[in-house]
Design a protein around this ligand. Structure first.
Ligand SMILES: Nc1ncnc2c1ncn2[C@@H]1O[C@H](COP(=O)(O)OP(=O)(O)OP(=O)(O)O)[C@@H](O)[C@H]1O
Length: 873
């Protein structure tokens, strides 16, 4: 057996081998050591190899999925090796024959299909990046849904695309593995190197044609060599991991960077589009916007947020659909009730195609398609928008399949086909008979016993069962003679005589016995056969079911956005080809929700107008105190543009947006120590990317550029950056800064306006109004904010003295500033107040004296009144 293990293991280097032995997957040698640690399970040993103990650990087959998930999350790949025959079959080949085993599947992060291993509301992409001569391409699939896409992609754009798609695994040629390692690991993606041959574009073309059963790739459009190579590599990897059983993929859809808003990785992170800075979905725009009722709808929402469109017709079609839902809220509610009942058709289909499905997947298809027809009935009579009417026409046409599944399946089938019990009674006569025999076997036997009693006249005759004889007829020895002579001896065949009993069988009884014993197995076999038949019927309609599923996703998304817009009081934006950017009463959706939940404070809505003449810039230079709401304002405007272009209503009272082609944001500072970059370096790298790429259709938000270095260096960089954005990039931009000197630029550059976030000063404290107004701020109120944050009073007092001195110095001219600093009163000038002594209150003192166990209920109540009084004074 070890020889077999080692041979299989050698063919699957780099993966943990789950070696099936009966009801367990066992692991040996270093696999066992690694898995035991990763799974926190016991490490034992079994036998010896080369004189050494063999380390071993195992997981039960029925619980294997959970362990698989942990291993995959921890970065392992797992080769699942099954027994290909039963031990009895092996024995037939010889007493010492080893059960045949083979790897049936290689489980990797990008090739998961089980519900328990996947997030229902997120795609799980496997991507491949290929380079052919000077051109490159990226292809990606989600084998759990069949989605398949490809696009040409210059290698410099790989990072942003990986950030957009966030695949679980990326395949590259072995030669590129080390070059891309750093980039890919930054996104937490598993990197897999494949031999160059997997990327060969000539054999790739054949592989794609074979998969889809087409003669030439032209059937799907025209593709560059690099695209073909990337798609071919994906398919060849699927062949390796799925051991030849290929998932049901849709024909590859060609995507183009030119059709979606370009958003780089840093901007995605900063704007917290699909993940909050803390890492999770909660707190992100996606988390806030997701009101979808179906998993397919949720996945579509994530795709839309990650890839807002810049094609006007597409945007308006989507907005029309949301408007329909918005204007027909009652119908929307009814439709959403129906949508909630629709299971994940795509994932059920994919499991069925890979033979990893079960009866519940059959039922999921039946229920989903039936509800889709219901949706079509509700929507059919309406005056629909283009997108919705296209979707509705893809919902129906499944009646024969639904009828078939309806008749064939019970209402709530079990998970596994193995145990049977999913085919409805009355569907198959043979199955019904087999089940009757199995379930009512005792009843049938009892009937037979009755018959024998009346035939023989022996009232004590019984039919019994034991493990040696099976079913037998038993009479007391007194009737032996009668039974053993004609005419009964012709029917009753003697089996055994004991001290007091004689036992017989009959042809009829042994036939019935065989039938009963086999009935269970027979019923299971029939059910398995029917399962295969139903599965085939479904897979034959896979393309249509896929289309229905896509239509469900579109309808769900449009209605969920309508529901959201109604609940959150959002409006339909006007989107056109102009260079307008005019928002009235704009809000930051996530901050607004957080305020409502935490403090109940209202969010202050603000206007923003960056509308620019053709080929000119329009930039707002935003100054204002710390904590006033500058970053929030910047982000909310970027988010509003993005939401409008993904086809959603927006958090504003009015919005007019001329198509934005690129969105850039440089907000907040973060170190990138892992890549050896300081805060300031990261800031400069990101700013450089913006200045090198932004065009006159870009929307740029820059927050406190230059703050990570010395004041004058920072100011100079910020100044020059703003000028470049204005003169060269000509973008629409929002620029927040604490360098008040920069407000002078508004007078010099046509397209620059000053804006500020208002605060009120009251009794030495700042009150944040969060109102954005035209004009410049005079100061930053940093010291007041520091005081709010709880800096020790001594530090605040000292900071005020230093600030006064510095400001005085500045008023009197920069040259004298050094003298002013030298002249700063030393600490002795402002005696530091003694550190505050923690005073114990009267209530606390009294509390300390209480011995609770010695109090009667009455005394305890009196004490509470007393303490409450004391607390008031
Ligand atoms: N329009 C608004 N209405 C209500 N509250 C707001 C608004 N804008 C911001 N806030 C609140 O003020 C807090 C600070 O906002 P923000 O971080 O945008 O300030 P900032 O001016 O960028 O500060 P800093 O200059 O210190 O980075 C937010 O967390 C939010 O709670």
């Amino acid at each position: 057996m070890m020889a077999q293990y080692l041979q299989i293991k050698a063919a699957h280097e780099g993966a943990l081998l789950f070696y099936r032995m009966g009801d367990f997957y066992e692991m040996f040698f270093e696999d066992a050591v690694a898995a035991a640690e990763a799974l926190d399970i016991a490490l034992t040993k079994r036998g010896k190899h080369d004189g050494e103990d063999i380390p071993m650990c195992g997981v039960p087959v029925h619980a294997a999925e959970g362990y698989l998930l942990t291993l995959i999350r921890k970065g392992f790949r797992v080769a699942v090796c099954e027994q290909m025959e039963s031990p009895a079959e092996a024995k037939k080949r010889g007493y010492k024959a080893i059960v045949k085993r083979d790897v049936v599947r290689l489980v990797t992060p990008g090739t998961l299909t089980e519900d328990s291993l996947l997030e229902a509301r997120r795609h799980n992409y496997l991507a491949a990046f290929a380079e052919v001569r000077d051109s490159c391409a990226l292809a990606w699939v989600d084998i759990s849904t069949g989605a398949f896409h490809v696009m040409p992609l210059p290698s410099v754009r790989l990072g942003p695309e990986l950030a957009r798609l966030s695949p679980s695994e990326l395949i590259v040629s072995e030669a590129k593995e080390s070059e891309l390692y750093e980039l890919v690991s930054e996104f937490g993606i598993a990197l897999t190197g494949l031999a160059r041959s997997a990327f060969d574009s000539t054999s790739a073309e054949k592989r794609i044609c074979d998969l889809f059963g087409i003669a030439t790739l032209d059937a799907f459009g025209s593709f560059e060599r690099a695209e073909v190579s990337a798609m071919g590599a994906l398919i060849s990897y699927l062949e390796i991991t799925q051991k030849g059983k290929l998932p049901l993929l849709r024909p590859p859809q060609k995507e183009s960077e030119a059709r979606t808003v370009q958003i780089d990785a840093a901007t995605r992170r900063n704007l917290e589009l699909t993940h909050a800075l803390g890492g999770g979905r909660a707190g992100s725009l996606l988390g806030l916007m997701d009101r979808t009722c179906t998993a397919v709808g949720a996945r579509l929402l994530e795709r839309r947020i990650s890839s807002p469109s810049r094609v006007l017709d597409i945007i308006n079609d989507r907005l029309d659909a949301v408007s329909f839902g918005f204007e027909n809220m009652r119908l929307t509610r009814d439709l959403r009730e129906t949508l909630r009942k629709i299971p994940d058709l795509d994932r059920a289909l994919s499991r069925l195609s890979l033979d990893r499905g079960g009866p519940r997947d059959l039922a999921a298809i039946r229920n989903g398609l039936a509800e889709a027809e219901r949706l079509a009935e509700l929507l059919g009579p309406q005056d629909l928008t283009q997108l919705l009417s296209d979707a509705v026409s893809d919902l129906g046409g499944h009646t024969p399949l639904i009828d078939l599944l309806d008749q064939a399946l019970v209402a709530e089938p079990p998970l596994l086909a193995r145990d049977g019990g999913f085919v409805a009674p009355g569907y198959d006569a043979e199955l019904d008979e087999a089940r009757t025999l199995r379930d009512e076997g005792r009843g049938v036997i009892a009937g037979m016993q009755q018959q024998f009693v009346s035939d023989t006249g022996i009232s004590s005759l019984k039919i019994k069962h034991n493990n040696v004889l099976g079913y037998f007829i038993e009479t007391t020895a007194t009737h032996a003679e009668k039974m053993l002579s004609a005419p009964f001896s012709e029917t009753f065949i003697h089996r055994q005589t004991t001290a007091n009993q004689v036992r017989f069988t009959t042809v009829e009884l042994s036939e019935l016995e065989t039938k009963i014993l086999n009935a269970g197995n027979h019923a299971l076999e029939i059910e398995k056969r029917l399962y295969e038949r139903l599965k085939t019927a479904i897979l034959e309609s896979a393309t249509d079911i896929g289309q229905t599923s896509a239509a469900i996703a579109e309808i769900d998304l449009a209605l969920s956005l309508a529901d959201l817009a109604t609940a959150e009081n959002w409006v339909r934006p006007k989107v056109d080809q102009s260079r307008a950017f005019h928002i009235e009463g704009g809000r930051h959706p996530v901050v607004e929700r957080a305020l409502a939940q935490q403090s109940g404070d209202p969010f202050i809505a603000n206007d923003c107008d960056l509308s620019a003449e053709s080929d000119a810039a329009n930039i707002w230079l935003l100054t204002g105190p710390n904590m006033a709401g500058k970053s929030t304002f910047l982000r909310q405007n970027a988010l509003i543009a993005l939401m409008a272009q993904m086809g959603s209503f927006v958090p504003a009272s009015k919005a007019h947006i001329g198509i934005v082609s690129q969105l850039f944001s440089r907000v907040g500072a973060s170190d990138d120590l892992a890549r050896g970059r300081s805060t300031f370096m990261v800031e400069m790298v990101e700013t450089a990317a913006i200045l090198n790429q932004a065009d006159d259709r870009a929307l740029v938000i820059l927050d406190e550029i230059g703050r990570g270095t010395a004041t004058y260096d920072g100011l100079s960089i910020a100044w020059a950056t703003l000028e470049h954005l204005h003169d060269v990039n000509k973008s629409r931009a929002l620029f927040a800064t604490h360098y008040h000197e920069m407000t002078a630029l508004a007078g010099k550059l046509d397209g620059v306006d000053n804006a500020t976030v208002a605060v009120k000063e009251w009794e030495g404290e700042v009150i944040f109004l969060h109102e954005v107004r035209k004009g410049a701020a005079d100061r930053s109120y940093g010291v007041q904010v520091a005081q709010l944050a709880g800096l020790p009073d001594s530090v605040i007092a000292r900071a005020r003295v230093v600030l006064d001195a510095l400001e005085k110095g500045e008023r009197e001219g920069g040259a004298t500033q050094k003298t002013m600093i030298d002249d700063l009163p030393l600490f002795s000038a402002v005696p530091a107040p003694p550190p505050p002594v923690q005073k114990t209150s009267q209530v606390e003192e009294e509390l300390a004296l209480i011995i609770p166990d010695e109090l009667s209920p009455r005394e305890a109540l009196d004490l509470i009144y007393k303490l409450k009084e004391a607390a008031k004074s």
